[in-house]
Design a protein around this ligand. Structure first.
Ligand SMILES: [Fe+2]
Length: 357
């Protein structure tokens, strides 16, 4: 089969770890680039991608040419980003074409919470088209399920350009066949002079987050969860539960007269109320331990049956996903990953600059 990438991820992993972005010129093989261009042409000809409209999402999805390409993508990006390939979720994968009249200097933004890493393959880039990153700017993670929500949550002084005044710009003039990877949910970024640029974008994470349901493995996770809900108590206790892929956020909500409710919001849906036991259960899930251990931590044996029924109710609703206990492996959440990165980067401050081209 055709290889997707031309580079050794081990060579670029230290660069991404140090800078929190990496630009890999000609990182896509010529063969894959040709296939990708044909796919893009097909999409446009089918007139499916005039806009990445919500209702038209299915048609806008990029499909890997083969399973082997999909696996090469996961292995390479896993090694490049220091993330376990088997846990990688592709939470977005689509072709983005900038209109001929696109604003030349749009306001920088941050990607939604699930975008631990934004991965761009450059398809077409007219002269001057530039990805601008602000890795030395304000770096809090976007806690929201969209840029629009983050934007409306911030006051003027916490938005660009105010928050980026005097922050150095990193300008990446990417060319067709290039690969760019950066921390999308925390680095402010914008495409300048983007008119008529065409990108293939992937958003990935290793924290089981797939709000839009675009990861190729999500249907299997949903199906497995449905099957495991039917298991008897003892067998169910041997499985591992994790916060569902479509969970956008959890909330403690108060009415105007301060009556309190706990609830979960799946992406694009409304508040789903959970009781106090379920709230504690959700907080205790770590995606690693079998449910047996989680139940023991939470309550005495007399309450386990009730808690297991809570697991079933939440799993049927998509609030919890069930993973086979035997497949459970020590994994690393996004928080650990970010914490480790800041520690490593602090110790690297004195390291000499190295430019890899
Ligand atoms: Fe973005």
């Amino acid at each position: 089969m055709t290889r997707m990438f031309t580079f050794d991820p081990a060579a670029y992993a230290p660069v991404l770890a140090r800078q929190d972005f990496v630009h890999i010129p000609q990182g896509l093989s010529e063969e894959f680039y040709d296939i990708m261009c044909r796919q893009v042409d097909d999409y446009y000809q089918a007139n499916r991608l005039k806009q990445h409209a919500r209702g038209d999402k299915q048609q806008a999805l990029y499909e890997f040419p083969s399973t082997a390409h999909y696996e090469e993508f996961l292995t390479t990006l896993g090694e490049l980003g220091g993330l376990p390939a088997e846990k990688l979720v592709i939470s977005e994968r689509h072709i983005k074409g900038y209109e001929a009249g696109a604003a030349p200097r749009p306001m920088p933004h941050k990607d939604r919470h699930s975008t631990q890493l934004a991965v761009g393959f450059t398809v077409r880039a007219p002269e001057g088209s530039t990805l601008v990153l602000y890795p030395q700017g304000e770096r809090s993670i976007n806690l929201f399920g969209s840029w629009a929500e983050l934007k409306s949550s911030l006051t003027e002084e916490h938005l660009p350009p105010g928050v980026l005044r005097n922050v150095p710009r990193v300008e990446i003039r990417d060319r067709p066949r290039d690969v760019v990877v950066f921390l999308g949910n925390q680095i402010w970024h914008a495409r300048e002079n983007g008119a008529s640029t065409v990108m293939l974008y992937f958003k990935i994470n290793a924290s089981h987050s797939d709000p839009l349901g675009e990861d190729p493995r999500t249907p299997l996770v949903v199906q497995k969860t449905r099957e495991m809900v039917e298991l008897g108590d003892e067998e169910l206790k041997g499985q591992v539960a994790i916060l569902g892929r479509r969970v956008d956020y959890l909330q403690r909500r108060y009415s105007r007269d301060w009556q309190e409710l706990h609830g979960v919001v799946l992406y694009g849906e409304s508040h789903f109320t959970v009781d106090d036991d379920e709230w504690l259960l959700l907080q205790a899930l770590d995606g690693r331990r079998p449910l047996r251990d989680v139940l023991q931590q939470l309550a005495g044996p007399s309450r386990h049956e009730r808690l297991l029924n809570g697991v079933r109710r939440l799993a049927k609703r998509g609030v919890i996903d069930l993973l086979p206990g035997h497949a459970n492996r020590e994994t690393q959440g996004a928080q650990d990953w970010n914490a480790r990165r800041s520690r490593d980067n602090a110790s690297r401050l004195d390291a000499p600059e190295r430019v890899v081209r």
